[in-house]
Design a protein around this ligand. Structure first.
Ligand code: T1G
Length: 695
């Protein structure tokens, strides 16, 4: 028997409305309908003198049901439901716990009182979906927490705990436990409290400086959320509270919300949300349900990556054994970790106590015998096949039989590494992105022999350390770096055709990328990818391939670390186009007879973005990625692809694959280069009028 989405029971003189819509009590149509009906019943029941709204499961309402957005809206609409809460003749108390977000928080703010468990998180994350609060959040929050908090929370979409300073005014009472009984007794205390003041009747809390705060926020967000509609609309709607009545402000908010919801940006960001959830699902593993419990972690290598990976784990409370070849390397590695935490303490991101607690979770050793009880090892040693094979062989002898061994390698063949063990079924790749303690993305590389239990365990572990993971197949560069090499290939070729580094970087930033590719290369060091190319047996046999980068490395211009690379850098690190580099490119173009031309911004953008799309299509065709959405998730979370464009494959689907194919085909005709040969999958989808998301 299907239990109702909302039930009503009487506890003494209190009407208790319970929402039951796992997993997050989203405000689906059934929940809205149920809430409306039970609310009206409670209000008309003479024996009921006050009302409590609670949720079963793991959280109070976490928002509107995002899966409904693509469909025609269904009554009752949330704003109408919340208006009935606000106009109730009886006091309504919301019992808050878990993550009270979006429409859930608007529902709570529409109640007269709120009782919350300690640690409850609140937030209006709609901007992360390209939306603004659509049920009164921009009008209610300034009346409860003030203008400044409303601007901060609504334009950032961040969650804060109910105890935090921003949340002052949200909870009438914060308790440690026994939420329901506290809420019921609070409701009994306020049952006859008069006057009953609903939130819309409260004055907007503002200070004299608030008038200028709006333009300050507009300027700040023009940079931080460059190109995005929703944050700007959120400011407009909050600003309306200074001049419009609650009802008028609500009308304006609704119009802004609908404008955002219909925008391509919101469609892209809602796609990103669900793609990230789907990406963590391992297909072909219906029978493997329970992941292995992984508690003890070891990291081999205490360099930049190894240190960052160790921090990722200790940040989530895992004890980590850090392994190096010498005590000096261990000391250096630990010093690096301490320094990075020290900066976080200085920046107020963590406390000194938290830093000490995290450092205490790290033990160090040079002796592999100490790893006999470890559940999972992540190898982050020098990028050499011999070094990795010898490490894996040693680990195989000392680790317990069920231990999983992962490599963080970016380019090397993990199948080959696995052959140096007798447990290839428990070997896989865990490719972190630098800085590993900050970057959310984790590529989990399924090798030839990797079994499903190992994969499912690694995916579950990734979620526990707050990573956004996806399972990819074994190939050179896996998914992200393989596509990134096509993106960088085109940037390098354009340099030989007459474009300057700043023209290329500016074009991609104008397109929406977080940073320009050549600035990124200078930051990470041009020699890193140069070395990887030298070790890659399958490089395209073309003298132009990454030739601009090769020239720079061979002339000692490695990037920021040598104050010269694609750009030159002054003593303050300010970059500018480097006449020496430009002369090198011109000279090489001349000797390779590359025709020179005025390169337009649009052609730069087309070449780099379509290179991503064609390679992504090949990756999908080869089964290296399970879904096109997985490729989008990788590019949104690892390479600064603008979230409001959904990822390269979503963007291609929006353009229409017929038009995408024709552009790639003309680049192939124009250049004759194999890398512009349209992928078979793209041709097939374009001809059948399908999208990458149909694969
Ligand atoms: N709608 C539909 N499904 C949702 C959902 C939502 N709001 N939130 C989560 N899910 C699904 C999710 O897809 C996954 O499904 C499962 O729940 C567990 O999620 C009117 C317009 C709440 C912090 O943006 O931030 O309200 O994969 O794995 O890590 O103004 O989910 O199991 O099939 O993420 O514990 C505003 C989005 C909506 C909240 C829980 N609210 N969700 O994290 O679990 S817009 C949000 C989250 C709105 C109003 C506006 C997180 C979470 P499956 P999970 P989790």
């Amino acid at each position: 028997m299907h239990s109702p989405a909302v039930s009503l029971e009487q506890r003494a003189n209190i009407g208790l409305l319970t929402i039951n819509n796992p997993p997050v009590n989203a405000l689906s149509q059934a929940v809205r309908q149920g809430l409306l009906e039970t609310l009206r019943k409670a209000i008309s029941d003479k024996e009921i003198e006050a009302i409590v709204i609670q949720c079963s499961g793991k959280t109070f309402i976490a928002g509107a049901d995002i899966s409904e957005f693509g469909k025609p809206p269904m009554r009752p609409y949330l704003p109408d439901l919340l208006k009935e809460l606000q106009n109730s003749s009886k006091p309504i108390v919301a019992a808050l716990f878990g993550t009270v977000l979006g429409g859930g928080f608007e529902t709570a703010l529409s109640c007269h009182y709120r009782i919350a468990l300690t640690g409850t998180k609140i937030g209006l994350p709609e901007v992360k979906l390209g939306l603004i609060p659509g049920a009164g959040g921009t009008q209610l929050l300034p009346r409860v927490c003030g203008i400044e908090t409303a601007l901060e929370l609504i334009t950032s979409g961040k969650h804060v705990t109910v105890e935090s300073p921003q949340a002052k005014g949200v909870a009438n009472k914060i308790i440690e436990a026994d939420l329901l009984n506290h809420a019921i007794s609070f409701a009994q205390q306020v049952a006859f409290h008069k006057p009953l003041v609903a939130t819309p009747l409260l004055d907007v809390k503002m200070s004299a400086s608030d008038k200028i705060i709006f333009d300050q926020y507009r300027a700040k967000l023009a940079k931080r959320s460059r190109g995005q509609l929703a944050p700007q609309r959120a400011i407009d709607s909050i600003e309306n509270t200074l001049s419009l009545s609650f009802g008028q402000g609500l009308e304006k908010e609704r119009a802004y919300f609908l404008e955002c919801r219909e925008s391509s940006q919101s469609g892209a960001m809602r796609h990103a949300f669900f793609a990230e959830k789907a990406a963590a699902r391992v297909t072909h593993s219906p029978h493997v349900k329970k992941p292995k419990m992984i508690e003890k972690i070891a990291i081999i290598g205490a360099g930049t990556m190894g240190g960052g990976i160790a921090m990722s784990f200790v940040d989530s409370g895992f004890p980590v054994t850090l392994v190096e070849t010498t005590t000096q390397n261990l000391e250096r590695g630990l010093a690096g970790i301490t320094q990075r935490y020290g900066k976080m303490v200085k920046g107020g991101r963590i406390s000194q106590v938290q830093m000490n607690a995290r450092l205490n979770l790290i033990t160090t050793t040079c002796d592999y015998q100490d790893l006999s009880e470890i559940d999972l090892v992540v190898e982050a040693a020098f990028e050499s096949m011999d070094v990795k094979r010898s490490i894996f062989s040693k680990l195989d002898t000392v680790c317990k039989p069920e231990a999983i061994i992962a490599s963080n390698t970016s380019y090397l063949n993990i199948d080959e590494i696995a052959e140096s063990t007798c447990r290839a079924n428990q070997v896989l790749g865990m490719h972190f992105f630098s800085p590993a303690n900050i970057m959310k993305l984790l590529e989990i590389v399924r090798c030839k022999e990797t079994d499903e239990a190992t994969l499912v365990s690694a995916v579950a572990l990734a979620k526990r350390i707050g990573k956004i993971s996806t399972v990819v197949g074994m190939c050179y560069g896996f998914v992200g770096n393989r596509m990134y090499s096509c993106y960088g290939r085109e940037a390098n070729l354009l340099l030989l055709e007459g474009a300057t580094p700043s023209q290329i970087d500016k074009a991609m930033i104008a397109w929406g990328m977080a940073m320009g590719p050549l600035t990124v290369n200078d930051m990470s060091g041009i020699d890193i990818a140069y070395k990887a190319r030298k070790e890659n047996p399958d490089l395209p046999d073309d003298p132009l391939y990454f030739q601009a980068a090769n020239l720079l490395v061979e002339s000692g211009r490695l990037g920021q670390k040598t104050k010269a690379g694609f750009y030159q850098y002054d003593d303050f690190g300010i970059q500018s186009d480097d006449p020496v580099a430009l002369a090198l490119f011109r000279q090489e173009a001349l000797s390779l007879e590359v025709p020179q031309r005025e390169v337009s911004q649009e052609s730069i953008q087309t070449r780099l973005i379509y290179a991503l799309i064609n390679e992504g299509s090949k990756i999908l065709e080869e089964g290296i990625a399970q879904r096109s959405g997985d490729i989008d998730v990788i590019w949104l979370n690892g390479y600064g692809f603008p979230r409001y464009m959904g990822g390269p494959m979503f963007y291609a689907d929006m353009l229409g694959l017929r038009s995408v194919l024709s552009t790639i085909q003309s680049l192939y005709d124009e250049t004759g280069k194999d890398w512009w040969k349209p992928s078979e999958l793209l041709i097939e989808l374009a001809q059948t009028g399908k999208s990458f998301s149909d694969v």
